[in-house]
Ligand binder design. Structure first.
Ligand SMILES: [Zn+2]
Length: 329
């Protein structure tokens, strides 16, 4: 079973999280291999997507926010789009759109930043939105501070956390075809807890009183974790090996329904809504050409088929119901 653990370093403004996705990750791979006509992901794409899923799970766990966290890479290379999405209950799904052949040793920039236009976006989409409310989105380029192309997702996200959240973060990510895992260590601001819109305690102030030394030491210990160890060792062993000289205070691990698990939010109702947005003329022309409208879900492989009667019903029911603005309470 997949696991997610949170911990604090006692008396220090540093916290950590460790995720090991097993069944949730293999389910994503299995559905792609068996349910998508494009077939299994090329290995470099599989590795990138696995890191994204592990990182998105850590980020969802790291924020106080009731909504979905969507980590996206919009690429300008053979991978046009990669998406990892995690719901507040840690239902997660992921997909990548691959349009060209990929070398077995392709680096991150060869996949998504070939022409310097690749972007990474983090979207927080609240579960209930006020009318007109937009999801929060932060975007970072795939370049480092010195203008170099970044070749690891962990660097991209560390950069994002520092830039948009003013939070120093160390991420270690590792993937194979059985496990997608990640360790996150983060330095907390001095005063209180914070979230995305929160405080701006100056890092310089903290440095003056020596708080930074603790974070640096713990971050260095975390960075010494090898990918192989993260993939093969159990959580207790990892934490003991890395932090045996530190005082850890552990939270109860996630259990029951909130253990990270595969889950897709697609539904026949949502697809009906998409058809409605096409407009009657467009929908009718597809039906005239193909006999029906068939929509496949890239995330889970589900297929939704609408015959001419279904399509007519979608537009009839929409026409019969009052306009959306009149139904808002
Ligand atoms: Zn789906």
């Amino acid at each position: 079973m997949s696991e997610l653990h949170k911990f604090l370093f006692e008396g220090l403004p540093v916290r950590g999280m460790l995720v090991r996705l097993t069944d949730a990750w293999t389910e994503i791979l299995h559905r792609r291999a068996s349910g998508n006509p494009a077939g299994a992901y090329p290995l470099p794409v599989q590795n990138m997507l696995g890191e994204m899923v592990a990182a998105a799970t850590l980020m969802q766990s790291n924020i106080k926010f009731n909504g979905s966290l969507i980590l996206q890479i919009v690429g300008d290379g053979p991978v046009k789009l990669a998406v990892a999405e995690v719901q507040p209950d840690f239902g997660l799904r992921a997909t990548a759109t691959v349009t060209d052949a990929i070398a077995t040793d392709a680096s991150l920039s060869m996949l998504v930043n070939l022409n310097n236009q690749g972007k990474c976006a983090i979207t927080l989409d609240p579960q209930t939105r006020f009318p007109g409310q937009q999801p929060y989105q932060g975007v970072v380029s795939l370049f480092g501070a010195a203008g170099e192309k970044l070749e690891s997702l962990s660097e991209v996200l560390e950069h994002y956390m520092l830039q948009s959240e003013q939070l120093e973060t160390t991420l270690v990510l590792a993937v194979d075809d059985k496990v997608a895992a990640g360790l996150l260590i983060q330095r907390l601001p001095l005063e209180g807890s914070r979230n995305l819109a929160g405080s701006r305690v100056s890092l310089a102030d903290e440095d003056e009183i020596g708080v930074n030394e603790h974070y640096k030491r713990i971050a260095m210990l975390a960075s010494s974790l090898k990918r192989e160890e993260l993939l093969t060792l159990d959580v207790e062993t990892i934490l003991r090996r890395l932090f045996w000289e530190e005082k850890l205070s552990r939270f109860e691990p996630m259990a029951g329904d909130t253990v990270p698990h595969f889950s897709c939010t697609c539904s026949r109702e949502r697809v009906s809504h998409m058809i409605l947005e096409l407009g009657l003329a467009e929908a009718q022309s597809i039906v005239a050409e193909r006999g029906d409208i068939e929509v496949g879900c890239d995330f889970c492989g589900a297929h939704y088929r609408f015959d001419p009667i279904d399509v007519a019903r979608i537009f009839r029911e929409a026409g019969a119901s009052p306009p959306a603005s009149a139904t808002v309470q």
